[in-house]
Design a binder for this molecule. Sequence first.
Ligand code: SAH
Length: 340
Amino acid sequence: MADLASMSMPELRETLKTEGLPDYRATQIFEWLQRWGIPEWSAASNLPKALRERLQAEHPILGCKTERKQTSRDGTVKYLFQLHDGEQVESVLLKYEHGYSLCVSSQAGCARGCIFCASTIGGCRRNLSACEILGQIHAVQRDLHIRIGHTVLMGMGEPLDNLDSVLRFLALATDGNGLGLSIRNISLSTCGVVPRIHRLATHRLGLTLSVSLHAPNDELRSQLMPVNREYPLGKLIPVCRDYAIRTGRRVSFEYVMLRGVNDRPAQAKQLAALIHSFPAHVNLIPVNPASRGNFEPSTPTAAAAFRGTLEIAGITATMRRTLGQDIDAACGQLRNTVNP
Ligand code: SAH
């Protein structure tokens, strides 16, 4: 059964041609799937009823069904979606001054095993298809009657472990006949899968690369993030520098603030020295303590001092607002509350 909603326009045209449908039907179908994100064929009102029924029988749309939804006092909305085979993924909608941003998942679970992250509990159950990543955006737009302008691949999963679907997702999400998102408004966050960052850089896409760093040296990073044992900082930092140079975009580094673990002034100096040689930005994130492990967030004083040390060393850093704390809005938390 071909997954029509993950296909580019030329692929869709080819597939439907073999099923006896003319090109103009492919154009209509692409628009229903990609621009309007219909959950079922019955909504495709300009297609004949017989065709809608045939598509429903032969190519059911494998979208995302809302299983649970929580709205935070600060307006953040967290969705738990059920996929066609019963797997569950999460998305988080954040409202900023510039509009809505949706954090989407790329895998059900994650194989990377970062010790503070709830998404890794139970490992990676499977990759999401492009249409399941897109389906999260469509489902939220439909539910709240809004348009989402920014997307971050920062939900459950390691997007670079599912790079083929992610590249397909990026092409479809930025298609002018589909959602028409600007590639500059899409960010991808990775724990640091070096050869895949390299591969992504060769596409010169202009999307923002975020790298989850969380530690300024190999000893600590390997304890927190097993991926560092395979791709230590001596390999990761050069590939980030290369990405910044090739794409002309600064790389953003995520740094989860863990009290007494990675938030000392000496560690801020070490971090600054590590990334000073290319355009970079550090996003300091208070750890969500309910997530996994026994980590406490840094005190506000320690976090401010850490940021100050980075700035003195010439590294711009922002402290991320904590949104949605009251609704388990960190990776993998909602899924684990529903299925403990
Ligand atoms: N696998 C990718 C993207 C998903 S995780 C990556 O590692 O970047 C998205 C971000 O949330 C990462 O920076 C991750 O380290 C962070 N994160 C995971 N658990 C967290 C927690 N308990 N508190 C705060 N941030 C967390």
